[in-house]
Design a protein around this ligand. Structure first.
Ligand SMILES: [Zn+2]
Ligand SMILES: [Zn+2]
Length: 269
């Protein structure tokens, strides 16, 4: 079995998609990350970064799995138009936790129904099975562990483990300190950490309780976790490439294993 784990970032922008020359380098698409591991294709979140063609280039198989953190629209806007869902040969397991008394299926049906959207989930041609999110489960040879993030309405943090390699995807997470014991234990020693860092410290003072971390806090957490490499994600939609490069250089000087994620980049582990 091929133990290589490949990770491709298709969307690293937080909250709302942006476009234009100022955002070309880091990309303006919202949350979506692909993981290929142990012959399985996994999709983390279905923001505007989710594109059927990019996914097909990355994973040509007909069965795959989608792990959704929560149903805020910046994490779901790509779901209704994901082209493999209109291919009858495709089978896809979708994991989305029951929240506010609504199952994952009910959350997706609320998004895909008139007047918000013209096509309902039962019009999808693929076999799409929707599951609640257990604490731990497996997808073929891939082990998945989860923990709940501090975020308005809740959000699932996923750890994907295959052949001794682990990838932690922690977006939309507002840690209570620079060293949250529960998260640092969960992510301890991971190979790749993808971690929310929407705000600067001063922005955070105005946005406390919105459910996001800061660049310095997330860098400190990455070090405490002993993550081999960390990509900070969920960039604020107002942040230009120039600003991101400056902030990245400052944090990278202090934390050599920490960089900012860029839309379109691929990491082999
Ligand atoms: Zn978000
Ligand atoms: Zn959110």
């Amino acid at each position: 079995m091929d133990h290589t784990v490949a990770v491709k970032l298709l969307g690293v922008r937080g909250t709302v998609p942006v476009h234009g020359a100022d955002f070309a380098r880091f990309g303006g698409a919202t949350s979506c990350v692909l993981v290929r591991a142990g012959g399985e294709g996994l999709i983390l979140d279905a923001g505007t970064g989710l594109q059927g063609r990019a996914f097909r280039d990355f994973f040509p198989g007909s069965a795959f799995t989608m792990l959704i953190t929560h149903s805020h629209v910046d994490h779901l806007m790509g779901f209704p138009i994901f082209s493999p869902f209109f291919d009858p040969a495709v089978r896809c397991g979708v994991y989305l936790k029951t929240r506010e008394g609504r199952t994952g299926r009910e959350q997706l049906e609320a998004l895909m129904a008139p007047p918000l959207w013209p096509i309902r989930t039962d019009c999808l041609k693929a076999a799409v099975d929707i599951y609640d999110v257990p604490a731990a489960f497996s997808v073929g040879p891939v082990e998945v562990e989860t923990m709940e993030a501090c975020h308005p309405g809740g959000c699932t943090i996923y750890k994907i483990i295959c052949g001794g390699i682990s990838v932690v995807y922690a977006t939309d997470y507002e840690p209570e300190s620079d060293s949250p014991d529960d998260f640092c234990a969960f992510a301890q020693g991971c190979t790749l950490l993808l971690l929310d860092a929407q705000y600067t410290r001063s922005e955070y003072e105005r946005n406390r309780g919105f459910g996001h971390s800061t660049i310095p806090r997330s860098a400190a957490i990455a070090r405490r976790c002993g993550a081999e490499q960390t990509l900070l994600i969920h960039h604020d939609p107002t942040r230009t490439d120039r600003q991101l490069l400056e902030l990245e250089a400052a944090v990278h000087a202090q934390y050599p294993n920490v960089r900012f994620g860029r839309g379109g980049e691929e990491v082999l582990l």
